[in-house]
Design a protein around this ligand. Structure first.
Ligand SMILES: Nc1ncnc2c1ncn2[C@@H]1O[C@H](COP(=O)(O)OP(=O)(O)OP(=O)(O)O)[C@@H](O)[C@H]1O
Length: 266
């Protein structure tokens, strides 16, 4: 799926959280949106998924203007997302969390469910099989029958991605998928993101881990205080003086910043 964000603006009262953001994610591409905390990245995702109504600008999915549509309408068009702070159903089993992702395409008829007809059972089995396949795909190692909250953090991130994939999306928005992951988990996440793209899914990625961003992205869009300051291939963006300054102007102690500057001058 093709995403086109054109001159997006979003204000909360007097605060201009997004001040003219334009970028595109082509068919089967990975595009990252980076920028310091509070730059407006998550707000931009919330506009794309219909959680926020943009103040101005347009959002196109495969050429169709969806600005101002409701979240469920946009989800039904094939857009799925994960959240910066995990939003699993903690008490529900791991498997049921992923099964919940299938509801868009597996909608059961109430009468079949009530009477437990063969048709109902057949669909239930398909849903369960598919949930297992997605958990295999994301490489989940933990217990699938136990509650999601019992899994280690890194495993919960995989479950959240599996749930999003179970919606069979054409566009996937990942909000900081590597946050809180250790070094080897990050490497696995990098590989997983690539494999998702190989399924033919377009990906928009918010991520603070510059190593991951530089490795997987076709293009990188940089936001600073709601304004877009750069958009280009990773090698170009990491050497952009405005980008380096935006990061330097904040907290130079931050490792991601040290990394971007290090790479930029290296
Ligand atoms: N619902 C809201 N009401 C008011 N202000 C908001 C709301 N959501 C976000 N903001 C503000 O909009 C600005 C952009 O926030 P946003 O969360 O989009 O940034 P971000 O780039 O995703 O940051 P982070 O990397 O910390 O997640 C911030 O100043 C934030 O405080």
């Amino acid at each position: 799926m093709n995403l086109e964000v054109a001159d997006l603006r979003l204000s909360f009262g007097g605060l201009l959280a997004i001040d003219g953001l334009s970028f595109g994610v082509g068919e089967n591409e990975i595009v990252s949106v980076i920028g310091p905390n509070g730059a407006g990245k998550t707000s931009a995702f919330n506009c794309v998924t219909g959680f926020y109504r943009p103040t101005a600008g347009r959002i196109l999915l495969d050429g169709q203007d969806v600005s101002g549509r409701r979240p469920e309408q946009i989800a039904a068009m094939g857009v799925a997302r994960t959240f910066q702070n995990l939003r699993l159903f903690g008490e529900l089993s791991v498997l049921d969390n992923v099964r919940a992702g299938t509801h868009l395409w597996s909608r059961q008829r109430a009468i079949d469910a009530l009477l437990h007809t063969p048709r109902f059972r057949r669909t239930e089995n398909e849903v369960t099989d598919e949930a297992h396949r997605w958990l295999d795909f994301v490489g989940l190692r933990g217990d699938r029958a136990g509650p999601a909250r019992a899994l280690p953090y890194g495993e919960q991130r995989r479950v959240e991605i599996a749930r999003a994939l179970a919606r069979r999306p054409s566009l996937l928005l990942l909000d900081e998928p590597a946050a809180g992951l250790n070094h080897s988990e990050k490497a696995e996440m990098t590989d997983l993101i690539r494999r998702i793209r190989e399924l033919g899914i377009s990906i928009a990625l918010i991520e603070h881990d510059m190593g991951l961003v530089m490795e997987v992205s076709e293009r990188v869009v940089v936001l600073n205080f709601g304004r877009e300051i750069a958009d280009g291939p990773p090698e170009q963006v990491r050497r952009d003086p405005q980008v380096i300054e935006a990061y330097l102007g904040r907290d130079a102690e931050d490792s991601e910043i040290a990394e971007i500057i290090g790479d930029g001058h290296g």
